[in-house]
Design a protein around this ligand. Structure first.
Ligand code: AMP
Ligand code: MG
Length: 345
């Protein structure tokens, strides 16, 4: 018996509970894009400014979806995936995002690799009939995985026949960075967006207090591990509970170990990155999930850019980096977990 679940990616749901300045105008929208439900809320001094920012944000999300979705035949990424050994002309934005994605692969010891696309297709997590590919099938597909083989030319990208890229692990983080730029252009100082497991909060709440961002409990989606108090930050979560199917009592989820082609069973049930760059946070949360606790902690200690993280392991321990000590409140947790703070020394 095969069961297929698609959870609306509620991860890190926002606990708004805002006490607003009477003058601040709030406008919100829900957008379905990039295969997930997205929530956007902006505050401005007047209604027209809030509405203008909201429609600019929505337009930007749809623009990016049309550019980056590999399942949309008209997208730039679909064109790259049709390369089959011939150079494909790509605009600067997509070229630069592909190069950025490849750089995260190098930095994470290949835990993050956008060329897992053929493997994702074999599992078919997003289709009507997800399935468990055989070892032989995965081994045959692994030949096409390895983003160091993507050839970047002057305004072109070339993929070998059989290779394809999937930006699902980084596109929402990039979108949150783009929304930050849209809000900047629109003069918006206070906003929050939740793009699936990717939360971005701009400035503080209109009353000056930090945003409260709940981190979802991977063992009980809908319940929380705790609540982060954040201003001008991204909180990005990767977890097996976000998209999965079950077959013969085994749960298979959408984060893949690029070395094996198999579901990444690293001992972690979720990895959240708290940082000031959405693209980085998205790539790293996926990578940390693949790495597992030991490699993830080593990576956090040595990575060139500071970030904070929350890792939950299968034994029910929640590990948090020291920078979150004053920014994380576990009292909203519904289950009794052990919370352990990690320091760099
Ligand atoms: P995220 O929710 O950001 O962790 O991204 C998961 C999505 O990224 C999957 O649905 C795939 O589209 C893609 N993906 C899965 N495994 C990897 C990986 N190891 N590296 C890069 N992208 C991946
Ligand atoms: Mg990611």
């Amino acid at each position: 018996m095969k069961k297929w679940f698609f959870l609306p990616l509620l991860c890190a749901a926002l606990l708004c509970g805002c006490v607003r300045e009477p003058s601040a105008q709030e406008r919100s929208a829900q957008v379905f894009a990039m295969d997930t439900m997205m929530d956007i809320t902006v505050y401005a001094d007047d209604a027209a400014a809030a509405e203008s920012a909201l429609s600019a944000a929505e337009a930007e999300i749809h623009r990016l979806d049309g550019l980056l979705s590999r399942h949309d035949e008209a997208s730039a990424v679909a064109a790259v995936n049709a390369s089959s050994g011939a150079p494909v002309a790509v605009d600067e934005e997509v070229l630069s995002l592909l190069e950025t994605a490849v750089s995260y692969s190098a930095q994470t010891g290949d835990a993050f690799d956008i060329t897992v696309a053929p493997i994702m297709d074999a599992w078919n997590f997003t289709g009507d009939a997800p399935r468990v590919p055989s070892r032989e099938e995965l081994d045959a597909l692994l030949v096409h995985v390895g983003d160091e083989r993507i050839v970047f030319g002057d305004g072109t990208v070339t993929l070998e026949p059989g290779m394809a890229v999937d930006l699902g692990g980084i596109a929402k983080g990039y979108a949150s960075d783009r929304l930050a730029a849209v809000f900047e252009e629109q003069g918006i100082d206070s906003a929050m967006v939740s793009l699936g497991g990717n939360v971005y909060v701009r400035g503080a709440k209109p009353d000056g207090s930090p945003w409260r961002v709940a981190v979802e409990d991977p063992n009980d989606p809908g319940a929380y591990l705790g609540v982060l108090s954040l201003t001008d930050a991204y909180a990005i979560t990767s977890g097996g509970y976000q998209r999965y199917f079950e077959q013969d009592g085994v749960v298979y989820y959408h984060i893949i170990d690029p070395k094996t082609g198999d579901v990444a069973r690293s001992g972690l049930t979720s990895a959240t990155v708290i940082c000031t760059n959405g693209t980085m946070g998205d790539a790293l949360s996926t990578a940390l999930f693949v790495m597992g606790y030991d490699r993830a902690v080593e990576f956090w200690k040595t990575y060139e850019t500071d970030f904070d993280m929350i890792l939950m392991d299968e034994d029910g321990t929640v590990y948090l980096t020291e920078g979150l000590k004053d920014r994380f409140d576990p009292s909203a947790a519904e289950h009794d977990y052990e919370y352990v703070y990690l320091s760099k020394n």
